[in-house]
Write a protein that binds this ligand. Structure first.
Ligand SMILES: Cc1cc2nc3c(=O)[nH]c(=O)nc-3n(C[C@H](O)[C@H](O)[C@H](O)COP(=O)(O)OP(=O)(O)OC[C@H]3O[C@@H](n4cnc5c(N)ncnc54)[C@H](O)[C@@H]3O)c2cc1C
Length: 403
């Protein structure tokens, strides 16, 4: 066993790091590079994406056959972390949620003949996508509460009625995946469908104002009032909605952890730079034991989360569902991100509370980490259930293919 990255992955990691250092971090300081929702401005994004493509750093998670770089999950873990040292990073390399998770699931479940229409525009960066599952007072932590329905009309069409909310990117997305109820069966009651934004029968009720900066297209509430979807746009079989969701979220949750680790590291970088030169009562802040305690603890928590993330990535590469590993990583990295940004803000003093650094941006963004893609409490419940089912086997060392 060793913890050394394979040379090909190390090469990608170094190139991403250089790109972020040279091009993206400098953009953060100028408000002109932001849109009105505090994300990278579209014209700046277009130029950076062009450059990332030219340098062969585009869509690391996608197979080479569809225009990506074909990195395994462990390679993604190393590189996504580097990308998100900049708040602008992931979207520049086409590795931001929700397109990232949507591309990976569509690549797995779509027949090849449908990929040109539904997958490749997202891979090329020509279309944004959204994943619509959560509902106001319905599906949230518990997917069995889903009330949005897909009713069959004859053999070849479905009619969707209901409501979704917090759908990231929906304001800009052209390609949607929607989860809807097709029967009352507890395990096989949900199905997954694709539709395009220009299909009649649905509307965006509002872009929900949120605490943090927003992804392009925001987080929207949607109403479905007779949207018709051809049966050919169903993903997998009728009743496989939960399966599609689990397949998508398993990896997508982990890619959040990969990115958040980079953000957390950036917070400590900013804090370290400051405490190395800031004086207080006759010494540098970094020489104070109480400050060392704060920074050392945060660094350790990042490393714990990072190890769990890499182990989960390895397990996914072995063909496991890695449910236990992903849940643990998700809980720990979400906490490590909040701990790191809070520590950095504290050590920067008033400057940390200003918009002179990206710390306040990350602080507001970070709070969602304990909610999205499964609240931490729900992941702890999953772990408890696995421990109950597996007993001592819960602590086994990795075995290829077991999940
Ligand atoms: C920024 C952001 C982006 C999002 N993007 C998307 C998206 O693109 N598509 C999409 O479909 N959804 C999206 N969501 C929704 C997100 O996935 C849900 O918020 C999440 O699944 C929790 O569901 P809920 O909000 O309904 O909380 P609820 O299910 O109402 O839970 C509320 C709280 O109750 C507690 N709780 C719930 N169940 C349990 C339990 N079993 N044990 C212990 N405690 C529990 C937890 O503390 C939880 O936070 C997004 C949310 C946010 C904040």
């Amino acid at each position: 066993m060793d913890f050394v990255l394979p040379p090909e992955i190390e090469d990608y990691r170094i190139r991403i790091r250089r790109f972020v250092e040279e091009w993206l971090i400098p953009l953060e300081a100028d408000r002109a590079n932001y849109d009105e929702h505090e994300n990278i401005a579209p014209h700046v994004l277009a130029e950076m994406r062009r450059q990332a493509k030219a340098e062969g750093l585009w869509a690391l998670q996608m197979p080479k056959s569809v225009g990506g770089q074909g990195l395994p999950r462990i390679g993604m873990a190393a590189c996504y972390e580097e990308m998100n040292r900049s708040i602008f990073g992931p979207v520049v390399f086409n590795s931001a949620a929700p397109d990232d998770g949507n591309m990976m699931i569509l690549d797995r479940v779509l027949p090849d003949a449908m990929k040109e229409e539904w997958l490749l525009p997202i891979v090329r960066g020509e279309a944004q996508s959204a994943f619509a599952m959560t509902e106001p007072d319905g599906c949230g932590s518990d997917p069995n509460l889903t009330y949005t329905r897909a009713e069959r009309m004859g053999n070849d069409r479905w009619r969707i009625t209901g409501r979704k909310w917090f759908i990231t990117g929906a304001g800009n997305a052209r390609i949607f995946i929607i989860i809807a109820r097709t029967s009352d069966d507890e395990r096989k009651g949900l199905s997954a469908f694709l539709f395009k934004s220009d299909t009649p029968g649905w509307r965006i009720v509002r872009r929900i104002p949120i605490m943090g900066p927003e992804e392009h297209g925001g987080h929207c509430e949607l109403e479905f009032n007779g949207l018709e979807i051809p049966d050919g746009q169903r993903l997998l079989n009728i009743g496989d909605g939960l399966k599609v969701t689990q397949m998508r979220l398993g990896v997508a949750r982990l890619t959040h952890c990969m990115r958040w680790t980079g953000l957390a590291r950036r917070c400590l970088e900013i804090a370290m730079e400051r405490i190395k030169q800031r004086d207080s009562f006759g010494m540098k802040l970094i020489d104070r034991e109480s400050v060392q305690g704060l920074i050392g603890q945060a660094a350790m928590e990042i490393e714990i989360g990072r190890m769990l993330t890499m182990r989960a990535a390895w397990a996914l590469d072995q063909g496991s569902f890695a449910r236990k590993e992903v849940s643990m990583a998700k809980i720990v990295v979400a906490d490590a991100l909040q701990k790191s940004v809070d520590t950095a803000l504290q050590l920067l003093g008033a400057r940390g509370y200003s918009k002179d650094t990206v710390i306040e941006w990350i602080y507001r963004y970070a709070r969602q980490a304990r909610l999205v893609d499964g609240a931490s409490e729900v992941h702890r419940m999953v772990l408890a259930n696995l421990l109950r089912a597996e007993g001592d086997g819960f602590f086994r060392w990795g075995e290829a293919g077991r999940g």
